[in-house]
Design a protein around this ligand. Sequence first.
Ligand code: M6R
Length: 598
Amino acid sequence: MCGIFGYAGRDNAAERIINGLKRLEYRGYDSWGVAIADLDSEQINLVKHTGKIGEVSSEKLFDTTSTIGIGHTRWATHGGVTDTNAHPHYSTDKSFVLAQNGIVENYQELKSELISKGYEFISQTDTEVIVRLVEEELKTAQDLHEAVRQAFLKLTGRNTIIVLEKKNSHIIAVRNGSPLVIGIGNEEIIIASDTLSFADRTNKVILVENYQMVEYKNGETKLFDVKENAELKTEIIELDQADTKVEKEGFDHFMIKEIVEQRYTINEAVQYTLDELNPLLGRIKEKSSKGGQGKVYTVGAGTAGFAAMQIAFFLRKHANVNATELKAYEMESYKNLFTPEDTLIAVSQSGETADTIEAIEFAKEKGTKIASIVNMLGSTITRISDYKYFSRSGAEICVASTKAFTAQTAWGLLLALSLIGKYEEAKKVVKDLSQNLESFFEGNDFSNIKNLAKKLKDQEHFFVLGKGQNFVASLEGALKIKEITYKHFEGFAAGELKHGVIALIDQGTPVFGIISNDENKADMLSALAEVKARGGFTIGVAKENNELFDFFIETIEGHEADSIANIIPFQLISYFMALQLGNSPDKPRNLAKSVTVK
Ligand code: M6R
C-alpha cells in the first residue's frame, strides 16, 4: 500500500529517495512521486508519474543535487490512477508539498468547507484536502509546524502525512494509523513507512507512535506529541540487520525464493525457549484451560487470517483450548463479548494491517490481553501487544504471502503442543518437516507441478477440498492461486460438497483434494469419488497415489505439521501457473503487500 520516504542528509536526496521508494515497491503501488527542495533557489521540484519507478535515475529527473526531499508510492483509494492524483501535492503557492498514507474519512465535509472559502482543487484525492487545510491554518498559525498540527487534528480516519517545505531544510511528518519510522544514519535522517526501506543505510530506528509528529529542521530532529504540542524524548533502538535483506539472491522472483526459504524459516519460527513461551502459556493455562472462563481468540486478515484459523485449530485439537478464530474485518458482533479473562492472538506478517489493528483495539478496550505473532520488527501490532512473538522469516517481499504463513502456523503448533507439555516434540516435528523440505527442494525441477500448471492454465474455475487439519490449507491454497493467477479458485470443507458446491462440478472441472493419512482420509476419498462420478478432473494432493486421482501431487511428510506441509504444493502451483499465464508473481494486479487502510 502507499509508502512514504523522506530524506535529509549529505547525499543526493533524489537518488536516496528513488532507492528508498524502490525498496518500498513490494508494498504495492500504482503511481509515485518525488519532491526535492532546492534550498538555493527556494523552490520545490516535483516529479509524479503513474506506473512503476523502474530504472528511473535521479539525474534524469532533477538537475539539482539537493540533499533534502520526500517521495511517495501511491495505491489509489480516492481518485483514479493519474499523474495529477499521484502524491506529493503542491500547496497553491508551492511553498510546501504534502503526501499521505491512509484515508481522510471526513474529506467530503472538509472539502466542501474549503471550497466555500474559495479554495480550488486540482486532483480527486482526499490528500489534497489536507494541503488546502494546512494553507487555511497557515493564515492564523505562527508557523508551518503549528498549521500542520492544527490541520492534522481536524482529520478523521487513519492517516499519516509527510510535508516538505521549500526553505529551512524542513520536513514534518505526523502519524496516525499508517506506520512511520525514523532511520538515523550517518549524518542523515530518513522518515519512512517501514524499516526495510532504509535497511541498506541504517539499523538505528526511532519508532513513531500515533499522534506523534517528527520535525526535521536545519539539521535537528525533534519528536512532538501532536495533541499536547509537547516535545518528547526520543529512543533509538537497533534492529537486527539480518532480518532486513531484500535481494532475490539468484532466484527469478521473490516468490520462489520465499517458497524455497521455507526449508529453514519454519524452523526459525519455533526457536523459542520455554522461558520465552511461558508468559503466554501461563496466561492461557490459567485463564482458558483447567476450568478457566477466558476464551482464546485468534485474529488476522487474508492469509494471516487463515494462519489464525489454523492456530485456533491447533489449540482446540491438541490442547483442548476453547479457541475461536475471528476475521479482523468482521468483528462487530464480538465487540461486546471480549473480557479481561480473554486472550486475543493477532497474526500478521507486516504488523501494520489496519483491520487487524482495529480488532486489537476493540479487544484492548475491554481489557483483553493481546498476544501477537508478527514478522516485521518494530511494527505497530508488536508494539501494542502484551505478549510479543516474531515469526523470524526475514523480509517477505512478494505480495502473496508464503513463508510468513508457514512460520506463523508452525509457531501456533509449538504453542498448542507446549500447552500439553509437548514442547520438545513440537520442535522435533517442525525440525523434521524442515529437513523433509530441504530434501524436497534439493535439485527439484518441479516438473510435475509445472505440467499440471500447463494443463490447467486455460481453465477458469477450480475447487480445493480439505477436511480437519487440511481445511485451512484448502482456503489458503485457493487464495494463493487466486492472488497471482487471477483465476477463480475456491477452497471448501469437503463436507460442504454435497450441501451445494457439487452443483458446480461439470465435465473436466478441476477439483483438488488435500488428503493426509488421518481420520479424514476416507471422507476425502469419498468426496473425490463423488466429484469424479460427475465428470470432474480430480487432483490428489496426498502421500500416495489413488485410482480416484486423475492427477497426483505427492506431498511432503509433516506428521502433526501436515497441514503446514500441504500448503507448499499450492504455493508452487500458483507460482508456475502465474508464469504460464504471463502474470507477475511478485506484484499481482490490484494487490498491496501491507494493507494499512480499511
Ligand atoms: O501483513 P498481514 O499479514 O497482516 O496482511 C494480511 C493480509 O493482507 C495478507 O495476508 C494478504 O492476504 C496477502 N496478500 C496474502 O498473500
